[in-house]
Design a protein. Structure first.
Ligand SMILES: Cc1cc2nc3c(=O)[nH]c(=O)nc-3n(C[C@H](O)[C@H](O)[C@H](O)COP(=O)(O)OP(=O)(O)OC[C@H]3O[C@@H](n4cnc5c(N)ncnc54)[C@H](O)[C@@H]3O)c2cc1C
Length: 385
Protein backbone atom coordinates (compact mmCIF):
# COMPACT_ATOMS: atom_id res chain seq x y z
CA UNK A 1 0.00 0.00 0.00
CA UNK A 2 1.49 3.38 -0.99
CA UNK A 3 1.26 6.40 1.35
CA UNK A 4 0.70 10.10 0.76
CA UNK A 5 0.23 13.20 2.94
CA UNK A 6 -1.83 16.37 2.39
CA UNK A 7 -3.22 19.15 4.60
CA UNK A 8 -6.75 18.61 3.26
CA UNK A 9 -8.35 15.72 1.37
CA UNK A 10 -11.66 16.46 -0.39
CA UNK A 11 -13.78 13.44 -1.34
CA UNK A 12 -15.97 14.05 -4.43
CA UNK A 13 -15.09 16.17 -7.45
CA UNK A 14 -18.26 17.93 -8.49
CA UNK A 15 -19.55 21.31 -7.30
CA UNK A 16 -19.20 20.95 -3.51
CA UNK A 17 -15.83 19.20 -3.87
CA UNK A 18 -14.29 21.48 -6.50
CA UNK A 19 -15.42 24.64 -4.71
CA UNK A 20 -14.20 23.40 -1.29
CA UNK A 21 -10.83 22.44 -2.72
CA UNK A 22 -10.58 25.69 -4.70
CA UNK A 23 -11.05 27.87 -1.62
CA UNK A 24 -8.90 25.66 0.62
CA UNK A 25 -6.07 25.87 -1.95
CA UNK A 26 -6.51 29.60 -2.40
CA UNK A 27 -6.26 29.92 1.40
CA UNK A 28 -2.82 28.30 1.27
CA UNK A 29 -3.58 24.66 2.15
CA UNK A 30 -2.01 21.70 0.36
CA UNK A 31 -5.10 19.98 -1.05
CA UNK A 32 -5.95 16.70 -2.77
CA UNK A 33 -9.39 16.15 -4.36
CA UNK A 34 -10.46 12.56 -5.00
CA UNK A 35 -13.14 11.58 -7.55
CA UNK A 36 -14.27 8.02 -8.10
CA UNK A 37 -15.28 8.56 -11.73
CA UNK A 38 -12.86 8.89 -14.60
CA UNK A 39 -14.07 12.34 -15.59
CA UNK A 40 -15.27 15.38 -13.63
CA UNK A 41 -18.87 16.36 -14.38
CA UNK A 42 -20.20 13.16 -15.93
CA UNK A 43 -22.66 11.62 -15.88
CA UNK A 44 -24.78 14.73 -15.35
CA UNK A 45 -27.48 14.12 -12.72
CA UNK A 46 -29.11 17.53 -12.80
CA UNK A 47 -31.60 19.80 -14.61
CA UNK A 48 -28.80 22.40 -14.54
CA UNK A 49 -30.85 25.43 -13.43
CA UNK A 50 -29.30 27.96 -11.09
CA UNK A 51 -29.50 31.56 -9.94
CA UNK A 52 -27.14 34.54 -10.34
CA UNK A 53 -26.15 33.97 -6.67
CA UNK A 54 -24.01 30.99 -7.75
CA UNK A 55 -21.74 33.25 -9.80
CA UNK A 56 -21.67 35.92 -7.09
CA UNK A 57 -20.55 33.29 -4.55
CA UNK A 58 -17.84 32.04 -6.87
CA UNK A 59 -16.82 35.54 -7.96
CA UNK A 60 -16.96 34.45 -11.57
CA UNK A 61 -18.84 35.58 -14.68
CA UNK A 62 -21.65 33.48 -16.18
CA UNK A 63 -19.55 32.65 -19.24
CA UNK A 64 -21.05 31.50 -22.55
CA UNK A 65 -18.80 28.44 -22.20
CA UNK A 66 -21.15 26.90 -19.66
CA UNK A 67 -24.39 28.92 -19.77
CA UNK A 68 -26.80 27.20 -22.15
CA UNK A 69 -29.75 29.59 -21.52
CA UNK A 70 -30.55 32.75 -19.62
CA UNK A 71 -33.91 32.50 -17.86
CA UNK A 72 -36.45 35.33 -17.39
CA UNK A 73 -39.30 33.50 -15.66
CA UNK A 74 -41.48 30.42 -15.42
CA UNK A 75 -44.96 29.01 -15.95
CA UNK A 76 -46.34 26.88 -13.13
CA UNK A 77 -49.00 24.42 -14.30
CA UNK A 78 -51.68 23.08 -11.94
CA UNK A 79 -53.01 19.51 -12.29
CA UNK A 80 -56.14 20.81 -14.07
CA UNK A 81 -54.09 22.68 -16.69
CA UNK A 82 -54.43 26.20 -15.22
CA UNK A 83 -51.16 28.08 -14.95
CA UNK A 84 -49.63 31.16 -13.39
CA UNK A 85 -46.53 33.02 -14.33
CA UNK A 86 -43.50 33.91 -12.22
CA UNK A 87 -41.41 36.76 -13.64
CA UNK A 88 -39.35 39.70 -12.44
CA UNK A 89 -35.85 40.25 -11.05
CA UNK A 90 -36.04 37.35 -8.55
CA UNK A 91 -36.97 34.90 -11.29
CA UNK A 92 -33.89 35.41 -13.41
CA UNK A 93 -31.48 32.53 -13.70
CA UNK A 94 -29.37 30.31 -15.90
CA UNK A 95 -29.41 26.81 -17.30
CA UNK A 96 -25.87 25.51 -17.19
CA UNK A 97 -23.96 23.01 -19.25
CA UNK A 98 -22.76 21.17 -16.16
CA UNK A 99 -20.39 18.92 -18.03
CA UNK A 100 -18.38 22.07 -18.78
CA UNK A 101 -19.18 24.05 -15.60
CA UNK A 102 -18.16 21.29 -13.19
CA UNK A 103 -14.96 20.60 -15.08
CA UNK A 104 -14.10 24.31 -15.26
CA UNK A 105 -14.46 24.49 -11.46
CA UNK A 106 -12.05 21.57 -11.08
CA UNK A 107 -9.66 23.27 -13.52
CA UNK A 108 -9.81 26.49 -11.46
CA UNK A 109 -9.12 24.48 -8.33
CA UNK A 110 -6.15 22.72 -9.98
CA UNK A 111 -4.83 26.10 -11.15
CA UNK A 112 -4.90 27.21 -7.50
CA UNK A 113 -2.75 24.23 -6.54
CA UNK A 114 -5.20 21.37 -5.84
CA UNK A 115 -3.97 17.91 -6.82
CA UNK A 116 -6.69 15.71 -8.30
CA UNK A 117 -6.94 11.92 -8.38
CA UNK A 118 -9.49 10.46 -10.77
CA UNK A 119 -10.87 6.93 -10.80
CA UNK A 120 -10.10 6.76 -7.09
CA UNK A 121 -12.71 5.68 -4.56
CA UNK A 122 -12.48 6.46 -0.87
CA UNK A 123 -13.24 3.21 0.93
CA UNK A 124 -12.43 4.08 4.52
CA UNK A 125 -11.21 6.77 6.89
CA UNK A 126 -8.04 6.76 8.95
CA UNK A 127 -9.22 7.51 12.49
CA UNK A 128 -6.84 7.89 15.45
CA UNK A 129 -8.04 8.61 18.99
CA UNK A 130 -11.47 9.50 17.59
CA UNK A 131 -10.08 12.03 15.08
CA UNK A 132 -10.20 11.68 11.29
CA UNK A 133 -6.60 11.76 10.03
CA UNK A 134 -6.98 10.79 6.38
CA UNK A 135 -8.56 8.33 3.96
CA UNK A 136 -7.94 4.91 2.53
CA UNK A 137 -8.72 4.88 -1.18
CA UNK A 138 -8.62 2.45 -4.04
CA UNK A 139 -6.91 3.64 -7.20
CA UNK A 140 -6.80 1.37 -10.26
CA UNK A 141 -6.99 -1.75 -8.13
CA UNK A 142 -4.41 -0.55 -5.60
CA UNK A 143 -5.00 0.62 -2.05
CA UNK A 144 -3.60 4.05 -1.11
CA UNK A 145 -3.39 5.56 2.38
CA UNK A 146 -3.59 9.35 2.37
CA UNK A 147 -2.88 11.17 5.62
CA UNK A 148 -4.52 14.57 6.10
CA UNK A 149 -5.11 17.18 8.80
CA UNK A 150 -8.72 17.17 7.74
CA UNK A 151 -11.13 15.59 5.29
CA UNK A 152 -14.05 17.27 3.51
CA UNK A 153 -16.82 14.84 2.54
CA UNK A 154 -18.40 16.17 -0.68
CA UNK A 155 -19.51 12.77 -1.93
CA UNK A 156 -23.12 13.55 -2.83
CA UNK A 157 -26.52 12.19 -1.92
CA UNK A 158 -25.30 8.64 -1.33
CA UNK A 159 -22.53 9.92 0.97
CA UNK A 160 -20.80 7.26 3.04
CA UNK A 161 -17.70 9.13 4.10
CA UNK A 162 -19.24 11.36 6.82
CA UNK A 163 -21.06 8.31 8.18
CA UNK A 164 -17.71 6.52 8.58
CA UNK A 165 -16.76 9.38 10.92
CA UNK A 166 -19.89 8.84 12.99
CA UNK A 167 -22.08 11.64 11.57
CA UNK A 168 -25.70 10.76 10.90
CA UNK A 169 -26.17 11.59 7.22
CA UNK A 170 -28.89 9.02 6.55
CA UNK A 171 -31.62 10.30 4.24
CA UNK A 172 -34.94 8.45 4.43
CA UNK A 173 -36.50 7.31 1.12
CA UNK A 174 -39.59 9.51 1.77
CA UNK A 175 -37.28 12.51 1.87
CA UNK A 176 -35.59 11.86 -1.47
CA UNK A 177 -36.85 12.93 -4.89
CA UNK A 178 -36.31 10.04 -7.25
CA UNK A 179 -35.61 11.76 -10.57
CA UNK A 180 -35.50 10.87 -14.24
CA UNK A 181 -34.77 13.28 -17.05
CA UNK A 182 -34.18 13.35 -20.78
CA UNK A 183 -32.13 15.95 -22.53
CA UNK A 184 -34.08 16.33 -25.76
CA UNK A 185 -33.64 18.01 -29.12
CA UNK A 186 -36.37 19.73 -31.13
CA UNK A 187 -38.88 20.52 -28.37
CA UNK A 188 -41.05 23.53 -29.12
CA UNK A 189 -40.50 25.56 -25.94
CA UNK A 190 -39.37 29.18 -25.37
CA UNK A 191 -35.58 29.35 -24.83
CA UNK A 192 -35.73 31.72 -21.83
CA UNK A 193 -38.65 30.30 -19.92
CA UNK A 194 -38.98 27.40 -17.44
CA UNK A 195 -42.09 25.24 -17.12
CA UNK A 196 -43.19 23.35 -13.99
CA UNK A 197 -46.04 20.82 -13.82
CA UNK A 198 -47.75 19.55 -10.67
CA UNK A 199 -50.19 16.65 -10.19
CA UNK A 200 -50.47 13.12 -8.79
CA UNK A 201 -50.74 11.70 -12.31
CA UNK A 202 -47.69 13.61 -13.54
CA UNK A 203 -45.21 13.46 -10.65
CA UNK A 204 -46.61 12.26 -7.28
CA UNK A 205 -44.86 13.92 -4.33
CA UNK A 206 -42.86 16.15 -6.65
CA UNK A 207 -43.11 17.95 -9.98
CA UNK A 208 -42.11 17.79 -13.62
CA UNK A 209 -40.02 20.41 -15.41
CA UNK A 210 -38.93 21.68 -18.79
CA UNK A 211 -35.66 23.64 -18.67
CA UNK A 212 -34.55 24.96 -22.09
CA UNK A 213 -30.90 24.69 -23.09
CA UNK A 214 -30.73 27.27 -25.88
CA UNK A 215 -33.03 27.14 -28.89
CA UNK A 216 -32.80 23.48 -29.77
CA UNK A 217 -32.28 21.49 -26.60
CA UNK A 218 -34.12 21.13 -23.28
CA UNK A 219 -34.06 19.09 -20.08
CA UNK A 220 -37.43 17.41 -19.59
CA UNK A 221 -37.65 15.60 -16.30
CA UNK A 222 -39.41 14.95 -13.04
CA UNK A 223 -38.90 14.02 -9.42
CA UNK A 224 -41.30 11.83 -7.45
CA UNK A 225 -41.73 10.48 -3.91
CA UNK A 226 -43.82 7.77 -2.33
CA UNK A 227 -44.87 5.96 -5.50
CA UNK A 228 -44.36 2.26 -6.23
CA UNK A 229 -43.80 3.11 -9.89
CA UNK A 230 -40.43 4.36 -11.13
CA UNK A 231 -39.58 7.95 -12.01
CA UNK A 232 -38.60 6.62 -15.45
CA UNK A 233 -42.12 5.29 -16.07
CA UNK A 234 -43.64 8.69 -15.17
CA UNK A 235 -41.10 10.34 -17.47
CA UNK A 236 -42.10 8.10 -20.37
CA UNK A 237 -45.73 9.06 -19.84
CA UNK A 238 -44.95 12.80 -19.48
CA UNK A 239 -42.78 12.77 -22.62
CA UNK A 240 -45.44 11.06 -24.71
CA UNK A 241 -47.27 14.40 -25.17
CA UNK A 242 -44.22 16.06 -26.79
CA UNK A 243 -42.49 15.62 -30.08
CA UNK A 244 -38.74 15.68 -29.40
CA UNK A 245 -35.75 13.38 -29.65
CA UNK A 246 -33.94 12.30 -26.46
CA UNK A 247 -30.15 12.42 -26.65
CA UNK A 248 -29.36 11.67 -23.01
CA UNK A 249 -31.12 10.00 -20.07
CA UNK A 250 -30.22 11.22 -16.59
CA UNK A 251 -31.32 9.66 -13.31
CA UNK A 252 -30.52 10.46 -9.70
CA UNK A 253 -31.79 11.27 -6.23
CA UNK A 254 -32.16 14.61 -4.45
CA UNK A 255 -32.25 14.83 -0.62
CA UNK A 256 -35.12 17.02 0.64
CA UNK A 257 -34.93 16.50 4.38
CA UNK A 258 -32.93 19.62 5.14
CA UNK A 259 -29.40 19.75 6.47
CA UNK A 260 -28.16 16.81 8.56
CA UNK A 261 -28.09 17.40 12.32
CA UNK A 262 -24.31 17.89 12.51
CA UNK A 263 -21.93 18.79 9.67
CA UNK A 264 -18.52 18.52 11.39
CA UNK A 265 -16.56 16.32 13.72
CA UNK A 266 -12.90 15.96 14.73
CA UNK A 267 -10.97 16.22 11.44
CA UNK A 268 -13.96 16.21 9.07
CA UNK A 269 -16.61 18.49 7.53
CA UNK A 270 -19.47 17.41 5.25
CA UNK A 271 -20.78 19.63 2.44
CA UNK A 272 -23.29 19.80 -0.44
CA UNK A 273 -25.81 17.01 -1.10
CA UNK A 274 -23.88 14.81 1.33
CA UNK A 275 -24.86 17.27 4.08
CA UNK A 276 -28.43 17.71 2.79
CA UNK A 277 -27.65 21.31 1.77
CA UNK A 278 -30.42 21.35 -0.82
CA UNK A 279 -33.60 23.44 -1.01
CA UNK A 280 -36.32 21.06 0.29
CA UNK A 281 -38.98 22.44 -2.07
CA UNK A 282 -37.23 22.87 -5.40
CA UNK A 283 -34.51 20.26 -4.92
CA UNK A 284 -32.02 22.91 -6.07
CA UNK A 285 -28.55 22.25 -4.70
CA UNK A 286 -26.12 23.90 -7.11
CA UNK A 287 -25.94 27.26 -5.37
CA UNK A 288 -25.96 25.75 -1.88
CA UNK A 289 -23.16 23.29 -2.79
CA UNK A 290 -21.13 26.24 -4.10
CA UNK A 291 -21.88 28.51 -1.12
CA UNK A 292 -21.27 25.86 1.54
CA UNK A 293 -18.28 24.49 -0.41
CA UNK A 294 -16.70 27.92 -0.23
CA UNK A 295 -17.39 28.17 3.52
CA UNK A 296 -15.93 24.69 4.16
CA UNK A 297 -12.87 25.42 2.00
CA UNK A 298 -12.17 28.71 3.76
CA UNK A 299 -12.57 27.18 7.24
CA UNK A 300 -10.30 24.27 6.17
CA UNK A 301 -7.55 26.69 5.10
CA UNK A 302 -7.84 28.53 8.42
CA UNK A 303 -7.74 25.26 10.36
CA UNK A 304 -4.52 24.30 8.56
CA UNK A 305 -3.00 27.71 9.17
CA UNK A 306 -3.63 27.64 12.92
CA UNK A 307 -2.91 23.90 13.17
CA UNK A 308 -6.29 23.04 14.69
CA UNK A 309 -8.71 20.71 12.91
CA UNK A 310 -10.53 19.68 16.06
CA UNK A 311 -14.29 19.52 16.25
CA UNK A 312 -14.17 22.67 18.39
CA UNK A 313 -12.50 24.65 15.58
CA UNK A 314 -14.50 23.14 12.69
CA UNK A 315 -17.78 24.11 14.41
CA UNK A 316 -17.04 27.48 12.84
CA UNK A 317 -18.13 26.03 9.47
CA UNK A 318 -21.54 25.03 10.84
CA UNK A 319 -21.94 28.41 12.56
CA UNK A 320 -21.25 30.23 9.28
CA UNK A 321 -23.58 28.22 7.03
CA UNK A 322 -26.32 28.22 9.69
CA UNK A 323 -26.20 31.99 9.86
CA UNK A 324 -26.09 32.53 6.10
CA UNK A 325 -28.51 29.92 4.76
CA UNK A 326 -29.90 27.96 7.72
CA UNK A 327 -32.99 30.16 8.17
CA UNK A 328 -33.98 29.98 4.48
CA UNK A 329 -33.62 26.20 4.44
CA UNK A 330 -35.77 25.81 7.55
CA UNK A 331 -38.51 28.00 6.04
CA UNK A 332 -38.36 26.03 2.82
CA UNK A 333 -38.67 22.74 4.72
CA UNK A 334 -41.74 24.10 6.52
CA UNK A 335 -43.34 25.06 3.18
CA UNK A 336 -42.46 21.68 1.71
CA UNK A 337 -44.37 20.02 4.54
CA UNK A 338 -47.37 22.22 3.68
CA UNK A 339 -47.11 21.28 0.00
CA UNK A 340 -46.90 17.59 0.97
CA UNK A 341 -50.38 17.84 2.51
CA UNK A 342 -52.06 19.51 -0.46
CA UNK A 343 -54.26 17.51 -2.81
CA UNK A 344 -54.46 18.13 -6.56
CA UNK A 345 -57.75 19.92 -5.88
CA UNK A 346 -56.05 22.26 -3.36
CA UNK A 347 -53.29 23.06 -5.88
CA UNK A 348 -55.89 23.81 -8.58
CA UNK A 349 -57.58 26.26 -6.20
CA UNK A 350 -54.30 27.97 -5.25
CA UNK A 351 -53.28 28.34 -8.89
CA UNK A 352 -56.73 29.72 -9.74
CA UNK A 353 -55.98 32.46 -7.16
CA UNK A 354 -52.38 33.03 -8.31
CA UNK A 355 -53.49 33.33 -11.96
CA UNK A 356 -55.07 36.65 -11.02
CA UNK A 357 -52.12 38.02 -9.01
CA UNK A 358 -48.80 39.71 -9.71
CA UNK A 359 -46.64 36.97 -8.13
CA UNK A 360 -44.01 39.37 -6.77
CA UNK A 361 -46.60 41.69 -5.15
CA UNK A 362 -49.30 39.47 -3.66
CA UNK A 363 -50.97 41.30 -0.77
CA UNK A 364 -51.38 39.51 2.57
CA UNK A 365 -54.98 40.73 2.70
CA UNK A 366 -55.86 39.20 -0.67
CA UNK A 367 -54.22 35.90 0.38
CA UNK A 368 -56.08 35.84 3.71
CA UNK A 369 -59.42 36.63 2.05
CA UNK A 370 -58.80 33.81 -0.37
CA UNK A 371 -57.86 31.35 2.39
CA UNK A 372 -61.01 32.31 4.29
CA UNK A 373 -63.07 30.97 1.39
CA UNK A 374 -61.27 27.61 1.44
CA UNK A 375 -61.45 26.00 4.91
CA UNK A 376 -59.54 22.89 3.77
CA UNK A 377 -56.49 24.98 2.92
CA UNK A 378 -56.76 26.84 6.22
CA UNK A 379 -56.92 23.50 8.04
CA UNK A 380 -53.70 22.31 6.37
CA UNK A 381 -51.96 25.55 7.26
CA UNK A 382 -53.09 25.39 10.90
CA UNK A 383 -51.86 21.79 11.23
CA UNK A 384 -48.41 22.78 10.06
CA UNK A 385 -47.83 26.23 11.55
C1 LIG B 1 -32.35 14.89 -11.84
C2 LIG B 1 -31.79 16.00 -10.98
C3 LIG B 1 -32.05 17.30 -11.31
C4 LIG B 1 -31.51 18.35 -10.56
N1 LIG B 1 -31.72 19.62 -10.98
C5 LIG B 1 -31.17 20.64 -10.29
C6 LIG B 1 -31.31 21.97 -10.79
O1 LIG B 1 -31.88 22.23 -11.84
N2 LIG B 1 -30.75 22.97 -10.04
C7 LIG B 1 -30.07 22.74 -8.88
O2 LIG B 1 -29.62 23.71 -8.25
N3 LIG B 1 -29.91 21.48 -8.43
C8 LIG B 1 -30.42 20.43 -9.11
N4 LIG B 1 -30.22 19.15 -8.67
C9 LIG B 1 -29.40 18.94 -7.46
C10 LIG B 1 -27.91 19.13 -7.79
O3 LIG B 1 -27.58 18.34 -8.91
C11 LIG B 1 -27.08 18.73 -6.59
O4 LIG B 1 -27.55 19.43 -5.45
C12 LIG B 1 -25.58 19.05 -6.78
O5 LIG B 1 -25.06 18.39 -7.89
C13 LIG B 1 -24.83 18.64 -5.54
O6 LIG B 1 -23.45 18.70 -5.77
P1 LIG B 1 -22.45 17.89 -4.83
O7 LIG B 1 -21.08 18.26 -5.31
O8 LIG B 1 -22.80 18.09 -3.41
O9 LIG B 1 -22.74 16.36 -5.10
P2 LIG B 1 -22.63 15.48 -6.45
O10 LIG B 1 -22.90 16.31 -7.66
O11 LIG B 1 -23.48 14.27 -6.23
O12 LIG B 1 -21.10 15.04 -6.47
C14 LIG B 1 -20.58 14.04 -5.61
C15 LIG B 1 -19.33 13.49 -6.27
O13 LIG B 1 -18.68 12.61 -5.33
C16 LIG B 1 -18.19 11.48 -6.03
N5 LIG B 1 -18.04 10.39 -5.03
C17 LIG B 1 -19.04 9.80 -4.31
N6 LIG B 1 -18.54 8.89 -3.46
C18 LIG B 1 -17.19 8.91 -3.62
C19 LIG B 1 -16.11 8.19 -3.02
N7 LIG B 1 -16.32 7.27 -2.07
N8 LIG B 1 -14.85 8.43 -3.45
C20 LIG B 1 -14.61 9.38 -4.40
N9 LIG B 1 -15.61 10.10 -5.01
C21 LIG B 1 -16.86 9.88 -4.63
C22 LIG B 1 -19.26 11.21 -7.07
O14 LIG B 1 -18.75 10.43 -8.15
C23 LIG B 1 -19.61 12.65 -7.50
O15 LIG B 1 -18.82 13.09 -8.58
C24 LIG B 1 -30.74 18.07 -9.40
C25 LIG B 1 -30.49 16.74 -9.04
C26 LIG B 1 -31.00 15.72 -9.82
C27 LIG B 1 -30.70 14.29 -9.43
Amino acid sequence: MSKMKYDVVVVGGRIAGSVSSLFASRGGADVLMIEKRQEIGTPVQCAEGTTPATFETLEMKPSKRFVASKIDGADVHAPDGRKFQIAGENSKGYILERKIFDKDLAVESAKSGTDIMMKTTVKDLIIRDGKVCGVVAEHMGKSVEIEADLVIAADGVESRVAKMAGLNTTKLPGDIYSCAQYEVVGLNTPPNWLKFYFGEEIAPGGYAWIFPKGKHRANVGLGIRGSNKTAYSYLQKFMSQFSATPVELKVGGVPLSGVVSKTFTDGLMVVGDAAGQVDPITGGGIHLAAACGRMAGEVAAEAVEVGDSSSKFLKKYEDIWSEKIGGNLETSLKYRRILDKLTDKDINIIVEFLETQDFEAISKLAALKFMGKHPNLLKVLKEIL
